[in-house]
Design a protein around this ligand. Structure first.
Ligand code: NAD
Length: 312
């Protein structure tokens, strides 16, 4: 018996990932894209990924790849995608006017009980949903890329989002193996990107000022901070680096405050510093035309890390 239907709008990178997550728990997914060939390419890609995950023993849920794959339908009609769905996940490009346009149409097609969820990385849920009749059913579920290996998902309600929308979204994400983190209110950049951009800002200044090379910044992260961050965040790191937080504060608060004051204002990434970083990355990760190969290299390592964390 079907567990229920989910409509996924947009079959690029994130639409494919969400489809895979939902079918892993036995939901039927109807996938729509303005480009029909994208949904066909998505199905092929999902099949390849399911088989690869099975081989690596990382398949989620209890269904075989074949059974999961049978749960996917594709359509060239937005209405068919969302009709009868209890949950709609939108994964169209990160442009406010595109998202508003898609949701304005969906808003007229769905029942008022449906949950309308966007994958947006940074657009505020209130900005996307303010004109919708069912804006109280709108929420953001922002995954980390790639969602299968990095399960943290930011759940961001607007001020008018119904409580049950938040609760049901969290429950669904947990059911498919994601780890939701709920923001108490919307904020520009949400949490993940605010942290990420704070790191990038300081790394950029250190390179601009000639303190270290871009390669060395990446080494500090991948062979230093990142080794710990794969298993714990900055607070647990601090807690363990002293005898608890109060001791950490006594020992380091003055020093940290002093260094933070030295950070300097944000700076737009452009010009010679950005060109220098790009040249360094070309040496480190290969030229732009070979990026796909390097992404596969990255995904193999993420797979190994995900396996390690699962088996520990
Ligand atoms: P993508 O470019 O890979 O895919 C977007 C898809 O949407 C394409 O297949 C395109 O044909 C389709 N599309 C465009 N307009 C459409 C419309 N009007 N109706 C239906 N389909 C339409 O993009 P992506 O990386 O999958 O990103 C999708 C969303 O997820 C964005 O909001 C993005 O910010 C967010 N996101 C991306 C990442 C990431 O790392 N790529 C991570 C988290 C969240």
């Amino acid at each position: 018996m079907s567990k229920g239907k989910i409509g996924v709008i947009g079959s690029g990178l994130i639409g494919r990932s969400y489809t895979m997550l939902f079918i892993s728990a036995g939901y039927n997914v109807t996938l729509f894209d303005i480009l029909a060939e994208q949904t066909h390419a998505a199905k092929k890609d999902i099949w390849d990924q399911l088989k690869a995950l099975e081989k690596q023993n990382l398949l989620r849920g209890t269904l075989t790849p074949e059974k999961q794959f049978e749960l996917i339908a594709t359509t060239e009609s937005l209405e068919e995608c969302v009709r009868g769905a209890f949950f709609v996940q939108e994964c169209v490009p990160e442009r406010l006017e595109i998202k508003r346009n898609v949701w304005a149409k969906v808003d007229k097609m769905v029942d008022p009980s449906v949950i309308m969820s966007s994958s947006t990385s940074a657009l505020l849920p209130s900005a996307i949903s303010e004109g919708l009749a069912n804006k109280n059913r709108f929420i953001v579920s922002h995954p980390t890329n790639p969602p299968f290996y990095a399960p943290a998902t930011e759940v961001v309600p607007a001020s008018w989002t119904d409580e049950d929308v938040k609760e049901k979204t969290i429950a669904l994400l947990k059911e498919v193996g994601q780890i939701p983190v709920v923001l108490n209110r919307e904020i520009k950049g949400f949490v993940l990107n605010r942290i990420q951009y704070a790191i990038m800002g300081e790394c950029y200044r250190l390179i601009r000022d000639g303190i270290v090379s871009p390669e060395d910044v990446d080494t500090i992260m991948s062979q230093g901070l990142g080794m710990r961050y794969a298993f714990m965040g900055p607070w647990e790191t601090a807690y363990l680096n002293a005898t608890g937080m109060m001791h950490y504060g006594e020992a380091y608060s003055d020093m940290i405050f002093n260094i933070q004051q030295d950070f300097g204002p944000p700076e737009r990434m452009e010009g010679p510093t950005l060109e220098y970083i790009n040249e360094s990355m070309r040496k480190l990760a290969g030229p732009e035309e070979d990026i796909q190969e390097r992404r596969r290299w990255r995904d193999r390592r993420l797979t190994a890390l995900a396996k390690l964390k699962k088996d520990m």
